[in-house]
Design a protein around this ligand. Structure first.
Ligand SMILES: [Zn+2]
Ligand SMILES: [Zn+2]
Length: 641
């Protein structure tokens, strides 16, 4: 008999330590076991095995072994819990999710979710050959390597991932390919399926529990050795991992916004190092962090010809919002000559606010400090909480009937298109339109097959789609993100504009239009010139001066409570107890879901140390916080402020 340290998978922070159980000799780290715990039975994960129990501990035997995960994933989970200030149990849940009973045989989700993929090219370009050679050499070296794969949209990054995955399989190794939102990239799944057939598994949050269990089982058993998935696939039970590719590495959806608040890109780097795998971060608009830190592999420009010219439309001079005269002219040309158009407007609904012309009141959410958004069904909705109310006919404050709809959202854009260019078909892609499962894939395939058709949507329309025949890509309002008080606001705007521009003219001459009230903004000017290097150089210079990532890490603490003063008071106390790093705040934030909020931001070279200190201080403050109804969330490397 041997003894094992087991983390029971319970979420309580007070129980966040390992417990000793007696186990059979063949049980090792990574075994998922059922144990008696706190009067019931619980799943747990073995993290260590020893010959004797700690002195004074009377260990009981485990009930049974129910599963096992690679030992390297246990190490990864414990690191993740420590780095992001979560508990080992919550991190271990990521690598050992619950198994459900087997039901019936069903088709693999990859079959359902794939669109027909493009054929393999007859030959690779010179730069593709060089880049694949570098990645394969690193894989053969087996000591872990991290690359930035930089190339314009259409420069052949996906083919590099495919070739590198094939090389991993030839060596008997496995591969993981992370994509931002798999439901929006059915073509990518199609290409992998065309190349590797049944050898791929797909993992993402929209699968049913049973589907996810089946896919994980095929991966664990080695029947599927290439895994494609969203963020959570970074912890797929691949054995003998040779390669991790992170496609569209700039995408913010790689960060999980609930506990454990991990960033799949950082976790992928750690996993590659632990398992001696090569990590490849690909993008046409890399993060400043990756540009600064990673070895760069360059693919160069677009394979099928130059990037399309971008025309900036100055909304201060042009009439017509959301459809300016130049944009209507371009759409008219498509109605006449055929082709497809993509219109990006990063706001849902009909109008982002209802505003009274008589008294100046804007109708706000009762629970949050934000305006309510008018939707096409006549309801006002809060985009932060579930609050919904009928849109009033008169102002609730002064009873005036002069309620103006401010701005435009995707639903209004759809109506305006119907009014001005009715001969074009319309497909809308936003969170409201794709709420039903399968709706996104259906919308995308309708657009792929259509002609004289417009895809209207939020940032979803800029995500890695490869449609043929796109003659026009237009940003209806480039300013929506620029005004946000976030150090990544410019980076996000630049990425969104450049990515959308890349959707146009992939196989035919294309046009790009950017409508803005700030035509001189740096992010807009440089995106219009496709000048990624210049943008990143300036952005890095600014971040170095202000000590933002990648030059310092950020640790953000957000406190919230029922009264206005208590969150800031807690944060002031925390700040007094922090002896390390440069701490900004407390600064008030918007009230959300009826709770007043404030934040503290630390800039530091030692994020784990700061997060650990904050955790200690929060334990000390726990009683007072409970009394005041205040809660706090610690976010290491937050993606927005
Ligand atoms: Zn009024
Ligand atoms: Zn609200």
């Amino acid at each position: 008999m041997a003894y094992a340290s087991v983390y029971p998978l319970v979420s309580a922070r007070s129980l966040a330590r390992p417990f000793t159980y007696e186990v059979p000799d063949d049980v090792g780290p990574g075994a998922v076991v059922e144990v008696r715990f706190g009067g019931g039975k619980r799943r747990g994960v073995v993290v260590d095995v020893v010959d004797a129990p700690p002195r004074g501990i009377d260990a009981v035997p485990i009930e049974k072994v129910v599963d096992d995960v690679p030992a390297a994933l246990v190490e990864l989970a414990l690191w993740l819990a420590d780095y992001y200030g979560s508990t080992p149990a919550r991190a271990l849940e990521l690598v050992a999710p619950i198994k459900r009973a087997r039901r019936v045989d069903r088709p693999h989700p990859a079959i359902r979710e794939a669109l027909a993929g493009e054929e393999a090219p007859e030959a690779l370009s010179g730069s593709q050959t060089d880049v694949v050679g570098r990645i394969v050499a690193a894989m053969d070296g087996g000591s872990g390597a991290h690359f930035l794969l930089y190339g314009a949209t259409g420069s052949g990054k996906t083919e590099v991932y495919l070739q590198a995955c094939a090389a991993a399989l030839e060596r008997g190794l496995g591969a993981i390919v992370l994509v931002p939102e798999i439901g929006l990239t059915p073509q990518a799944v199609g290409r992998f399926r065309a190349r590797f057939g049944e050898g791929i598994a797909i993992l993402h949050s929209a699968l049913t529990d049973a589907e996810r269990r089946d896919e994980r089982e095929r991966v664990a058993a080695g029947r599927a050795r290439v895994v494609i998935g969203a963020r959570s696939a970074v912890s797929a039970p691949v054995r003998g991992l040779g390669l991790i590719c992170i496609d569209e590495e700039h995408d913010a959806s790689y960060k999980q916004e609930s506990d454990p608040r991990y960033d799949a890109r950082t976790v992928a780097a750690k996993r590659a190092s632990l398992e001696g795998a090569a990590a490849v971060y690909g993008s046409a608009t890399p993060r400043p962090e990756s540009w600064e830190r990673l070895e760069r592999l360059e693919l160069g420009g677009r394979l099928a010809g130059p990037l399309p010219p971008v025309k900036v439309v100055d909304l201060r001079r042009e009439r017509g919002y959301p459809l300016s005269a130049p944009l209507l002219a371009e759409l008219g040309a498509i109605a006449e000559n055929g082709g497809k158009a993509i219109l990006l407007l990063n706001r849902r609904g009909v109008a982002p606010a209802l505003h009274c012309r008589a008294c100046g009141k804007t109708i706000r959410c009762a629970n949050c400090d934000v305006s309510l958004v008018l939707h096409g069904d006549g309801l006002l909705r809060c985009h932060h909480c579930a609050w919904t109310e009928p849109a009033p006919q008169t102002c609730p404050a002064c009873a005036s009937a002069e309620l103006a709809r401010l701005g435009a959202g995707t639903q209004r854009l759809e109506r305006e298109l119907e009014a001005h260019v009715p001969e074009l078909q319309r497909v809308r892609l936003d969170a409201d339109a794709v709420a039903k499962p399968g709706a996104a894939a259906e919308a995308l395939s309708r657009f792929a097959e259509g002609d004289r058709i417009v895809l209207i949507g939020t940032q979803m329309v800029a995500k890695g789609h490869h449609f043929s025949g796109v003659a026009l890509a237009a940003v209806v309002d480039a300013d929506t993100g620029l005004g946000l008080p976030d150090f990544r606001a410019e980076e996000r705007t630049f990425q969104l504009l450049t990515q959308l521009a890349g959707r146009s003219g992939r196989d035919a001459p294309g046009r790009v239009l950017v409508q803005t009230f700030q035509p001189d903004a740096r992010a807009i000017q440089l995106a219009a010139r496709h000048d990624v290097r210049e943008f990143l150089a300036g952005e890095l210079e600014r971040r170095r001066e202000l000590a933002y990532p990648p030059f310092r890490h950020l640790v953000r603490v957000v406190a919230s409570g029922p009264e206005a003063a208590s969150p800031a008071r807690l944060l002031s106390e925390l700040k007094g107890g922090l002896d390390h790093g440069d701490v900004l705040g407390p600064a008030p934030l918007l009230r959300l879901r009826g709770r007043h909020r404030a934040q503290l931001v630390a800039k530091t070279e030692q994020p784990r140390r700061v997060a650990a200190r904050v955790a200690e201080l929060l334990v000390d403050a726990a009683a007072a916080m409970r009394k005041a109804g205040v809660t706090a969330v610690v976010d290491v490397d937050p993606q927005s402020l």
